[in-house]
Design a protein around this ligand. Structure first.
Ligand code: AHG
Ligand code: MN
Ligand code: MN
Length: 311
C-alpha cells in the first residue's frame, strides 16, 4: 500500500500557520504572497525612482514598488490598521480602530545598494498591536524575507523562530515549505560583520573588532543587513552597524530594521544592544529613529556593553 504522499513532505506555510494565531497567519501569508511576487519582479524595476525617503536616502524603483506592494497586501488583510515604512513619511492607515488592529513597521527592501550587484536583499517586518512607534519589547511577532539563492521567510511562531523556503520545482512547486524550526544561534560564534567605513569606526569599535579577529572570527560583510545577519543566525557570531565618528546613532532604523530582527534574535538565544542597553528597550520618538546596532551571540553582545561602559 503506498504511503500517503503528503506525510513525506515538509509542512507547507498555510498548514503550519493553521496551528497558530489566525490573525498573525493572515499577515504572514500576505507577506509571503507579496514577497514571491517581488522576487519574480526584481529584474523589472531597475534604476532610481527620483524620490528621497524620510532618512534622506535616494529611492530605487524597487524601494517604491516593494513599499506599495507590501502596504497594499497588509492593509487588504483586514487585520492591519497601520503600515509604517522606511519609505513613507506618514503611515498608511485603514479605518480599523487602533485597539482592534495590528500595526506593521517595515523595511520593504533592505540592501537597496546591492540591487545592481545582484547581492542578497531582504524585507523586514515588525508586528505590533495598536499604533506606532512602540518599543521592541511590545512586538507581537516579526518576520524577515531573504532574496538570495533561495527565497526564504524567517519568522517568530510563538516563542520559536522558523524558516520556510519557496519550492520552485517538484510536487510542492510554488509552496513555501518548512526548512527549520526552533532555530538557535550556533555556539561558538564563527563570523562577524561590522558596517560603515572602517576609518570612521570609533576607537572602541575598532578595539572590539580587533579582539574578534584575534579570536579567529571570520569576516562576513556584504552590505545588506538581512544578508549579513543571516550569516550570524546560521553560523553564530555578531553583526553591527556601529556608532561612527560623526554618526553616533549609526544608520539602522530601530522600528523598521533593528527591533524586529532583535526580537527574533532573542527568541533564537541571542541578544542585541545599542552599546548601552538592549535594542528592544528603546521606544523610538520618531518612526525613522536610528541607533547603533550590535546583534547576535549573547556573550559577545554583553562584551560590547561591558567594554563600552569602561571607555
Ligand atoms: P536599506 O537598503 O533598507 O536602506 O538598508 C541598507 C542598510 C543595511 O541593509 C546595511 O546593513 C547598511 O545599509 C549598509 O550600509 P553601508 O552601505 O553604509 O555599509
Ligand atoms: Mn530599505
Ligand atoms: Mn534596510
Amino acid at each position: 500500500m503506498s504511503e500517503t504522499r503528503t506525510s513525506n513532505f515538509p509542512k507547507t506555510l498555510p498548514a503550519f500557520l493553521s496551528e497558530g494565531d489566525p490573525t498573525t497567519a493572515k499577515v504572514y501569508l500576505a507577506i509571503a504572497r507579496a514577497a514571491s511576487r517581488l522576487a519574480d519582479e526584481l529584474p523589472l524595476h531597475t534604476g532610481m525612482a527620483g524620490g528621497v525617503n524620510p532618512s534622506g536616502e535616494s529611492q530605487a524603483k524597487l524601494d517604491v514598488f516593494s513599499n506599495d506592494l507590501f502596504a497594499d497586501a497588509l492593509l487588504e488583510t483586514g487585520v492591519v490598521g497601520e503600515v509604517a515604512s522606511e519609505e513613507m513619511e506618514e503611515p498608511r492607515r485603514s479605518n480599523a480602530p487602533a485597539e482592534e488592529s495590528l500595526a506593521v513597521a517595515m523595511d520593504p527592501l533592505d540592501g537597496s545598494s546591492n540591487i545592481v550587484t545582484n547581492s542578497p536583499l531582504g524585507s523586514i517586518f515588525g508586528i505590533w498591536r495598536g499604533r506606532l512607534p512602540q518599543s521592541g519589547r511590545r512586538l507581537v511577532s516579526a518576520m524577515f524575507v531573504t532574496y538570495g539563492p533561495q527565497l526564504t521567510l524567517c519568522f517568530s511562531h510563538g516563542n520559536r523562530v522558523c524558516q520556510f523556503v519557496k519550492m520552485r520545482i517538484g510536487p510542492q512547486a510554488g509552496e513555501f515549505v518548512l526548512a527549520s524550526e526552533g532555530m538557535r544561534l550556533p555556539d561558538p560564534p564563527e563570523v562577524y560583520g561590522f558596517g560603515g567605513e572602517r576609518n570612521k569606526w570609533t576607537p572602541r569599535v575598532e578595539a572590539f573588532v580587533r579582539s574578534l579577529e584575534e579570536r579567529g572570527l571570520k569576516l562576513r560583510y556584504g552590505g545588506t543587513f538581512i544578508g549579513d545577519y543571516n550569516q550570524v543566525l546560521r553560523r553564530g557570531g555578531i553583526f553591527a552597524y556601529p556608532e561612527l565618528k560623526g554618526r553616533p546613532n549609526g544608520k539602522l532604523r530601530i522600528l523598521y530594521e533593528s527591533a524586529p530582527v532583535s526580537y527574533l534574535t532573542e527568541l533564537a538565544g541571542g541578544a542585541s544592544t545599542t552599546g548601552r542597553g538592549s535594542m528592544l528597550d528603546i521606544t523610538p520618538t520618531t518612526l525613522a529613529e536610528t541607533a547603533p546596532c550590535y546583534i547576535g551571540n549573547r556573550n559577545l553582545v554583553r562584551e560590547v556593553e561591558e567594554q563600552f561602559a569602561r571607555s
